[in-house]
Design a protein around this ligand. Structure first.
Ligand SMILES: [Fe+2]
Length: 292
């Protein structure tokens, strides 16, 4: 999730969208897309939710390289009624939620440079489109995303944006799902990352804990490194049911005043698939100055 209050650039429309201008991409940018696409699709089978692989065909368009949103949107509209719209970068919460509530997914139009191939701070078109669009072609997940947008509109009035953002983070971006033969990835932040696609499933460091809505809403996350805990859903239907079909207002009230849970913690009440060593996170801890 990449939205916060910012000043709208003059070239953007009232809803912050800009034209993709597909003709302006250079050969090196298309080659970067093709390289990332090939690297991820070679590695993902057996690691990713089958629904993601089924949805991936929607990105196999008539031309190689970065998807042209005109052609992509015609296919996505047929599949689930969703659209992808280009935005100049980070957009305010209200704009983000309004697009989702109307089945529009906002995407950056730039693509990472070779220097940024494995880490970039702002999501690029590879993250936004490769990571998110395949599941937008899944009818259940598509409904979940729209309902999330509507939930965001209500969360603003209830002062609960941060709690709802944690739901997005630990599902849409970094979620795991139970498969027939073990855990699988589906979150866009994982599936668009070569290294996290391996870390999230195979590394002994992070916790892997069954998804629980209230628990997730109390857990802060880190945006600059691998997660210390991944939450596991049973199915997209269950995610839709557990979240969107419940009324968030009483939950927000119940959570009011409860302390946050450390991102590395395992609680007695957790259903644990794997208790992480946190070895990786500890190895990354940089000593900081003592608080003043
Ligand atoms: Fe994302």
């Amino acid at each position: 999730m990449t939205h916060y209050s910012a000043v709208k650039p003059p070239e953007a429309a009232d809803d912050w969208t800009i034209p993709q201008e597909w003709d302006r991409y250079g050969a090196d940018e298309h080659a970067m897309w093709d390289h990332l696409f090939e690297r991820q699709t070679r590695m993902l089978p057996g690691r990713v939710a089958p629904a993601f692989l089924e949805g991936l065909d929607i990105l196999r368009l008539s031309k190689p390289g970065i998807p042209d949103f005109t052609e992509l949107n015609a296919r996505l509209m047929d599949a689930t009624g969703w659209q992808v719209v280009a935005v100049p970068g980070l957009v305010p919460d209200a704009v983000f939620f309004d697009h989702l509530a109307n089945r529009r997914f906002v995407a950056g139009r730039f693509i990472r440079t070779p220097e940024q191939i494995d880490y970039l701070e702002e999501p690029d078109i590879f993250h936004d489109v490769f990571g998110h669009v395949p599941l937008l072609a899944n009818p259940v997940f598509a409904d979940f995303m729209q309902a999330y947008g509507r939930g965001g509109q209500r969360a603003g009035e209830l002062g609960a944006i941060e709690r709802l953002a944690r739901l997005y983070w630990y599902t849409v971006e970094f979620g795991l799902i139970r498969g027939a033969e073990g855990l699988l990835i589906y979150g866009a932040g994982i599936v668009s990352s070569f290294s996290e696609s391996i870390f999230a499933l195979d590394d002994p460091s992070p916790n892997r804990i069954a998804f629980d809505l209230g628990r997730v809403m109390r857990t802060p996350y880190r945006i600059d490194d691998f997660q210390q805990t991944y939450f596991v859903i049973d199915s997209f239907e269950d995610l839709l049911h557990q979240t969107i079909e419940s009324d968030f207002a009483p939950l927000y009230r119940a959570l009011q005043g409860t302390p946050d849970i450390d991102p590395a913690a395992v609680l007695d009440s957790d259903r644990v698939d794997h208790r992480g060593t946190q070895h990786y996170a500890h190895s990354r801890t940089v000593p900081t100055k003592a608080p003043a």
